[in-house]
Design a protein around this ligand. Sequence first.
Ligand SMILES: NC(=O)c1ccc[n+]([C@@H]2O[C@H](COP(=O)([O-])OP(=O)(O)OC[C@H]3O[C@@H](n4cnc5c(N)ncnc54)[C@H](O)[C@@H]3O)[C@@H](O)[C@H]2O)c1
Length: 102
Amino acid sequence: MGREGAILFAAAGAHVVVVDIRPDAGAEVVDQIAGGGGSAESHVVDMTDLDQIERLVSDVGKKHGRIDVCGTTPVPRGRAGSSSTATCGTSRSTSTFVRRCF
Ligand SMILES: NC(=O)c1ccc[n+]([C@@H]2O[C@H](COP(=O)([O-])OP(=O)(O)OC[C@H]3O[C@@H](n4cnc5c(N)ncnc54)[C@H](O)[C@@H]3O)[C@@H](O)[C@H]2O)c1
């Protein structure tokens, strides 16, 4: 699901920050996007780990200035009622940069 979303956003002209816990999986999506003429980069992050998510968002924010859309299927451990939207909305650094989450 993440791969298909990434490809769709890239086809619409977005620079896509692909995140996966497996380096090969993220790199494969980036290659697929680049092969279609799109723009993407990959980061190895465990999306159930809030500290890693905050580091990622901080790094991406510093590099690109903002994140327009954030989509994720894995959710962080240890937060009651966590959802993909809550992941972005409650994260300290994400609230600075992220405009839309799903
Ligand atoms: N495929 C569907 O039609 C469908 C429909 C509804 C819901 N879902 C749900 O969406 C989610 C993803 O489904 P999928 O079919 O794309 O699975 P998938 O196995 O094809 O892809 C999941 C990707 O997430 C990565 N990943 C796993 N844990 C991670 C983590 N903690 N941090 C970062 N990356 C991680 C994996 O390495 C893999 O590349 C699942 O929870 C699934 O139940 C899928």
